[in-house]
Design a protein around this ligand. Structure first.
Ligand code: PAF
Length: 290
């Protein structure tokens, strides 16, 4: 595995590759888990070269968020990348990505960024769209792989790629889960053992509403949202940020029974102490899509 710490070094590597090669790209903020490695596996199957980046992007964290304490372990990440078969690890520094301290150009995607995490974390998706746009220009991928745990992020990036005619195919990939259903996330490490146990309520409640909507064909988005919110309220130590059911990927409100909405998402954000967890399920009319 080759390791690149600057944009220039990576660009020299890219210039040496045959022009016909395909590049699969997995952008991350590190502290890798099996979810990230499943993206590498898929990228390896579909491309000649696999590039993984690790960059904790300050631009996508709010002033009171966890940028400083976000978990980092470069040695462990590199070992995992190597064993997963990554060809090139791209680990740029903040000064290389943002040489003047910040950027004067920001990529802002309207609409899909306004609800869910966009409402709770102002500016977050501007930071994501800007850094992913920069990474696409640097890495020049054929395909880029993103986990659907961050389904809104996938919708934002797909919109950006389409609107700006970026020459990359976005590949959304299924959420990987712990055996008890908790979605894998680098932030799970923040949870105390008690919070970790209680955090299973996110997936359990998303599963429960699946059964409920099947038993109640005319169920509405508001009714499903109320069920999710109630499950969180009943969980000690859990504080609801949002429980929303909307169309996907447009993320618009659903009028009338959800079964008529086509593809839709049920999405949750829940705080346990200072740790904010998100999860979601996608549904396709009467049938579950993921
Ligand atoms: O999903 C993430 O880890 C980040 O938002 C990403 C896409 C790497 C951009 O910093």
């Amino acid at each position: 595995m080759r390791i690149f710490r600057t944009i220039d070094e990576y660009k020299r590597f890219l210039a040496e590759l045959p022009a016909s090669r395909t590049v699969g790209f997995v952008p991350t903020m590190g502290y890798l888990h099996a979810g990230h490695l499943s993206l590498v596996e898929r990228a390896k199957r579909e491309n000649d070269v696999v590039v993984m980046s690790v960059f904790v992007n300050p631009l996508q964290f709010g002033p009171n968020e966890d940028f400083e304490r976000y978990p980092r372990d470069e040695a462990r990440d590199l070992a995992l990348m190597e064993s997963a078969g990554v060809d090139a690890a791209f680990l740029p520094g903040v000064r290389d990505m943002y040489p003047n301290g910040a950027v004067k150009t920001t990529v802002r995607v309207a609409g899909v960024t306004e609800r869910l995490c966009g409402a709770s974390r102002p500016g977050h998706f501007d930071g994501v769209a800007t850094v992913v746009s920069k990474l696409f220009h640097i890495v020049e991928p054929t395909r880029a792989y993103f986990g659907l745990k961050d389904a809104q992020q996938v919708a934002v990036i797909e919109t950006m790629v389409a609107d700006l005619n970026m020459n990359v195919t976005v590949v959304p990939c299924p959420t990987l889960r712990e055996p008890d259903g908790l979605a894998m996330s680098s932030r799970n490490v923040y949870l105390t053992p008690e919070q970790r146990e209680r955090a299973t309520v996110l997936y359990a409640s998303l599963q429960a509403i699946d059964g409920w909507r099947r038993a109640n064909p005319d169920v509405t988005a508001a009714e499903l949202e109320a069920k999710l919110a109630e499950a969180i309220r009943r969980t000690p130590g859990a504080e609801l940020d949002y429980a929303q059911v909307m169309t996907y990927p447009a993320l618009e409100p659903i009028e009338g029974p959800v079964r008529r909405a086509g593809r839709f998402i049920a999405a949750l954000a829940v705080k346990f102490g200072g740790t904010r967890l998100i999860d979601n399920r996608l549904f396709e009319g009467e049938d579950t899509a993921t």
